[in-house]
Design a protein around this ligand. Structure first.
Ligand code: PEP
Ligand code: MN
Length: 313
């Protein structure tokens, strides 16, 4: 860091960490799921939880293709207040139900301090979205919530500000923070954001925290997800978080950037080549037991997709 840069008490690069040759200190989510180890971890699923059937289908596909974590937003940060805001509590219950069916841990976003206790009961990893990266009371509350935090970089945040946001979580008692580069706002308008590839090696050098990349929100276009994902893994990212939907064209949020199941399978095949080339693996880390006898699952078919929202996220 330059002399004028802020000091980090906890997020800074420690002297002794991780595996030999790695400066990253792994963050354990479950006994079999670890970020920042040799494995490349892939979280994937729909932008928003829209219903039970679409969520279960997404989870099963992601899992069969080698994804480890199921993503899905129950509380959605939308630029327009008239856009679909997520299913809220019902969405959380659907996530819990699909985890029971598949054994997949879940990552879902929290937007408000008042939601933290409830989201922490359900989520295996709690996501802080780009819009909330500097919501300091929320970060502090997550420091006390006892669950790993996936902290996304704000669209206009400097790397130093991302690290200080992580510091807020850590200083309040939670050192299980995973950083996520998801594109920043630049003068370019052809892409939704501009993926800051350089943030990956810079963060890996500055901090011991695992660093993952979201190629979906970075490019904002399904056709860009694969090349951006390849670049991210080649640049040393510890994982990806990717949007996948059974029928992206009718998704209730971020329709333009969600991958079909076939596209996601192709992505997994391609990134595993890059991972292998950099002496890493993409190993499915599915829980050893999957609960078979699940109580009646909620009938949420009424929430399954019907129309595409025209208002951007
Ligand atoms: C999301 O992952 O659903 C999301 C809203 O991403 P971001 O906060 O990066 O915009
Ligand atoms: Mn999205």
């Amino acid at each position: 860091m330059s002399q004028s840069a802020p000091e980090y008490a906890l997020a800074a690069h420690p002297t002794s960490v991780g595996d030999a040759g790695s400066s990253t200190k792994p963050v354990r989510v479950t006994p079999t799921l670890v970020f920042g180890d040799r494995d490349v971890v892939v979280a994937a699923g729909p932008c928003s939880v829209e219903g039970y059937d679409m969520l279960l289908a997404s989870a099963r596909h992601v899992q069969s293709a080698g994804g480890t974590l199921l993503r899905g937003g129950a509380f959605k940060p939308r630029t327009s207040p008239y856009a679909f805001q997520g299913l809220g509590e019902e969405g959380l219950l659907l996530l819990a139900s699909v985890r029971e069916q598949t054994g997949m841990p879940i990552v879902t976003e929290v937007m408000d301090t008042r939601q933290v206790a409830r989201v922490a009961q359900i989520a295996d990893v709690i996501q802080v979205g780009a819009r909330n990266m500097q919501n300091f009371p929320l970060l502090a509350e997550l420091g006390r919530a006892g669950k790993p935090v996936l902290l996304k970089r704000g669209a206009s945040a400097r790397i130093s500000e991302l690290l200080l946001a992580a510091e807020y979580v850590m200083a309040n008692g939670n050192e299980r923070v995973i950083l996520c580069e998801r594109g920043i706002r630049t003068f370019e308008t052809i892409t939704r954001n501009t993926l800051d590839i350089s943030a990956i090696p810079v963060l890996k050098a500055e901090t011991h925290l695992p660093v993952i990349v979201d190629p979906s929100h970075a490019g904002g276009r399904a056709d860009l997800v694969l090349p951006l994902a390849l670049a991210a893994i080649a640049a040393g990212a510890d994982g990806l978080i990717v949007e996948v939907h059974p029928n992206p064209s009718v998704a209730r949020s971020d329709a333009d950037q969600q991958l079909t199941f076939a596209q996601f399978s192709e992505l997994m095949d391609s990134i595993s080549l890059i991972a292998t080339a950099s002496n890493r693996t993409i190993r499915p880390q599915v829980a050893s037991h999957v609960v078979q006898n699940v109580a009646a699952t909620p009938d949420s078919s009424s929430h399954d997709v019907r129309r595409r929202e025209v208002v951007a996220a």
